[in-house]
Design a protein around this ligand. Structure first.
Ligand SMILES: Cc1cc2nc3c(=O)[nH]c(=O)nc-3n(C[C@H](O)[C@H](O)[C@H](O)COP(=O)(O)OP(=O)(O)OC[C@H]3O[C@@H](n4cnc5c(N)ncnc54)[C@H](O)[C@@H]3O)c2cc1C
Length: 558
C-alpha cells in the first residue's frame, strides 16, 4: 500500500516518527501564552489507545467470512488500531475527540480492496446487508468527511483505498495519465517526475492525501493558479456504485450535454467510490522562482493580486498574509534568536521606506519554461512596484517551498500545550472580500473572547489569500485560542457557528476547498436551492438506492 497506516499517527497529524520541531523553543511558548492572555500553558497529552474501551464490532461471524471471501483475510481488519485510526478524519474537532479518546462511532471493520471489482463486490454485499460504507482515501478530511456514521444502518465499514495505487497508463503524447484513485499525492508525483511530468496538485495535506480524496472533496493545491483543481485537471473517472460502474466521457471535449464527471467532482463518497481517473498532466517546470514581497498593507497586496489576475500574469501562486499573520511568522522566526547585522540593516531600511506593523508578506511563485516563468515574474514585479511593494528576494520563498507541509505538525504541538488552533476558509468576489475579511476576523475575535476559559484571554486571528481567480479569491483564516476544558467541542462549535454565519452573511462560499462533510452540512441549504438539493438527492437515490454510502455527509436529510 502507498502509506503504511502504522507509521502514521492514529490521533494526530503525520508520521509517528516525526519530532516536534518547536519543542526546544520554550521562548515561543511563553510568548504565545502572553499573546493570548494565559498565565502559562499546560501540558495536555493525548490518551493512549491501550487505555480506551473499544466497542465490540457489530459484523456477524458469517458477514466477516463473506468479506474475507471477497478480499482475503489480511484485507479485512478489525483490531483496535485499524478501527480507531479510521474512526475520524483530521479536522480540529476530530483531533480534540481522538486525543481525548472520545472516538464516537467506530467502523466495525476496515477493508482494503485491491481493485474496482472488489469494490463492486463489497458495495453489493453492503447494500444487501444494510451496512454503511465510508470511502477512505488518506483520511485527512478537515470537515468530518470520513467520520464513521451508521446513518440508521446496522454496521459500518471503512473502505480504505490505499491498496488501489497503480499508475495504469501515461500517454505522454496526449498528456494524460490514468491512475487508480487510492494513490497518494507523493507517489503520484514521483511516478510523473520520473518522466519529467507533473499534475501540480499540492495541498498542504499532500504527504497523506490521495487522488480520490482530492477529486471527491473538490480540493485546491497551493499552486492551483497555474495547475488548476480537479475541475480543470480531471478528464474522466470511473465511479463504482451499488448499481455498477459509472464511467464518464473520455473525449478531450464533447458537446453531448452536461458532463457526468461534474457529478463526481465534490461527490464526497456519497454517490460512489472513485476507482480510477484520467488526469491532464503537464511537463514538469523547467524553471522555478519563489520570491518574497512586502506590501504596505493587506489591501494593497490584494490589489496587486487582482491586477495580476486581470492582466493574465500566469503566476503559479500569489500567497498574501495579512499583517497579523506576517507579524506572527516573523515572531516565530525571531523570538529568542539573535538578530543578524544584515537583518537589522534590512529592518532599518524597511522602516525608513515606511513599512510598519501593517505590512503584509507575499510569497509569489513563478513556474514554467524559463521564458514563461521569467515573463510572469517581470509582469508581477512591475505591478508590485507600482503599488509600493518591495521585493525580499528568493530566500523566504525557497524556505516556504521547503517547509510547505510543516504547518499541520505545529497544530499538534499546540494541542499538546493546551492551545486550540483551527482554520476556516471561504471565497468571494473581489468587491465583497474587504468586508468579508473584516467581518469574519471580528467575529472570530469576539467569539473566541466570549468562549474563553479566562476573562483576560483572547485569540490570535490571522488570514491569508491562498488562491486567486479573475473574479475573486479565497481567504483562509487561522485562529489560535485557549481551550475551555469543560466543553472543548462546544467551545469550538460556538466559534465555528458564529464565523460561518458571518461568512454567509457577507457573501462568502461555505467552503473554498475543504468541502462539506458533516461539519458544514448544517449550512448546505444556504449554498444550494431546495430544487438544487433535490437534484443531488435524486442522483444519490439513482446510484445508491439503499443509501449505504457515507451517511451524514454532503446532502442534508429531507
Ligand atoms: C492540516 C490540513 C491541511 C489541509 N490542506 C488542504 C489544502 O491545502 N487543500 C485542500 O484541498 N485540502 C486540504 N485539506 C483537506 C484534505 O486534506 C483534503 O480534503 C484531501 O484532499 C482529502 O484527501 P484524502 O485522500 O485524505 O481524503 P479523505 O479525507 O480520506 O476523504 C475526503 C472525502 O472524500 C471521500 N473519498 C476519499 N476517497 C474517495 C474515493 N476514492 N472515492 C469516493 N470518495 C472518496 C471520503 O469519503 C470523504 O468524504 C487539509 C486538511 C488538513 C487536516
Amino acid at each position: 500500500v502507498t502509506i503504511e497506516r502504522k507509521k502514521v499517527m492514529w490521533n494526530g497529524w503525520g508520521w509517528t516518527a516525526r519530532a516536534d520541531h518547536l519543542a526546544a523553543r520554550e521562548e515561543i511558548w511563553s510568548w504565545l501564552a502572553s499573546e493570548i492572555g494565559m498565565p502559562s500553558l499546560l501540558a495536555t497529552p493525548t490518551r493512549p489507545l491501550e487505555e480506551l474501551t473499544i466497542a465490540e464490532a457489530r459484523l456477524s461471524p458469517s458477514e466477516r467470512r463473506s468479506l474475507v471471501a471477497i478480499l482475503g483475510a489480511d484485507r479485512v481488519r478489525d483490531d483496535a488500531f485499524e478501527r480507531a485510526s479510521h474512526a475520524r478524519g483530521r479536522s480540529y474537532q476530530d483531533l480534540v475527540r481522538l486525543r481525548a479518546g472520545n472516538l464516537g462511532e467506530l467502523p466495525d471493520a476496515v477493508l482494503y480492496p485491491r481493485g474496482a471489482d472488489e469494490v463492486l463486490e463489497v458495495l453489493a454485499f453492503a447494500s444487501e446487508g444494510g451496512i454503511a460504507v465510508v470511502p477512505y482515501g488518506g483520511g485527512t478530511s478537515a470537515v468530518g468527511g470520513v467520520n464513521a456514521h451508521a446513518g440508521g444502518l446496522r454496521a459500518i465499514v471503512s473502505l480504505d483505498l490505499s491498496a488501489m495505487d497503480r499508475v495504469i497508463e501515461i500517454d505522454t503524447m496526449s498528456g494524460v495519465a490514468t491512475v487508480e484513485a487510492g494513490l497518494g499525492g507523493a507517489s503520484l508525483e514521483k511516478s510523473l517526475a520520473a518522466r519529467s511530468l507533473t499534475l501540480g496538485h499540492f495541498p498542504e495535506s499532500f504527504e497523506f492525501s490521495t487522488l480520490g480524496g482530492w477529486i471527491a472533496h473538490r480540493g485546491a493545491g497551493q499552486l492551483c493558479n497555474r495547475y488548476g483543481g480537479p475541475q480543470e485537471w480531471l478528464l474522466s473517472a470511473k465511479l463504482a456504485t451499488p448499481r455498477g460502474i459509472l464511467a464518464t466521457e473520455e473525449f478531450p471535449v464533447s458537446a453531448t450535454g452536461p458532463h457526468l464527471k461534474d457529478l463526481i467532482i465534490g461527490s464526497e463518497g456519497v454517490f460512489g467510490v472513485i476507482t480510477e481517473a484520467r488526469l491532464r498532466i503537464r511537463p514538469a517546470p523547467e524553471s522555478r522562482a519563489y520570491q518574497g514581497y512586502l506590501f504596505r498593507d493587506f489591501a494593497s497586496g490584494m490589489t496587486a493580486i487582482r491586477q495580476a489576475m486581470r492582466e493574465d500574469i500566469p503566476a503559479a501562486m500569489l500567497r498574501l498574509s495579512d499583517a497579523r499573520e506576517t507579524g506572527f511568522y516573523r515572531a516565530l522566526d525571531n523570538i529568542g534568536r539573535e538578530t543578524s547585522i544584515a537583518q537589522r540593516l534590512a529592518d532599518a531600511y524597511l522602516e525608513f521606506r515606511g513599512f510598519d506593523a501593517h505590512a503584509a508578506l507575499m510569497i509569489a511563485a513563478f513556474e514554467g519554461t524559463s521564458r514563461s516563468a521569467a515573463a510572469a515574474r517581470r509582469g508581477f514585479h512591475a505591478i508590485a512596484g507600482r503599488l509600493g511593494a518591495v521585493s525580499l528576494g528568493n530566500s523566504l520563498g525557497e524556505r516556504w517551498l521547503r517547509d510547505r507541509y510543516r504547518g499541520p505538525y505545529v497544530r499538534d504541538s499546540m494541542l499538546d500545550r493546551s492551545l486550540g488552533v483551527d482554520t476556516l476558509e471561504t471565497a468571494a468576489t473581489w468587491s465583497k472580500l474587504p468586508a468579508l475579511y473584516a467581518a469574519v476576523r471580528n467575529t472570530l475575535e469576539s467569539s473566541i473572547r466570549q468562549s474563553a476559559p479566562y476573562p483576560a484571554a483572547r485569540g490570535i486571528v490571522m488570514c491569508r489569500i491562498g488562491h486567486a481567480y479573475p473574479e475573486g479569491a479565497s481567504l483562509l483564516f487561522t485562529y489560535i485560542f485557549p481551550r475551555a476544558f469543560d466543553g472543548e467541542v462546544t467551545q469550538w462549535q460556538s466559534i465555528k457557528k458564529a464565523a460561518t454565519e458571518a461568512v454567509i452573511a457577507h457573501g462568502g462560499a461555505l467552503s473554498h476547498h475543504h468541502g462539506v462533510g458533516e461539519e458544514h452540512l448544517p449550512w448546505m441549504m444556504t449554498q444550494k436551492s431546495p430544487l438544487g438539493l433535490d437534484v443531488l438527492r435524486a442522483v444519490k437515490r439513482t446510484l445508491d438506492p439503499k443509501a449505504i454510502l457515507n451517511p451524514g455527509k454532503l446532502i442534508p436529510p429531507e
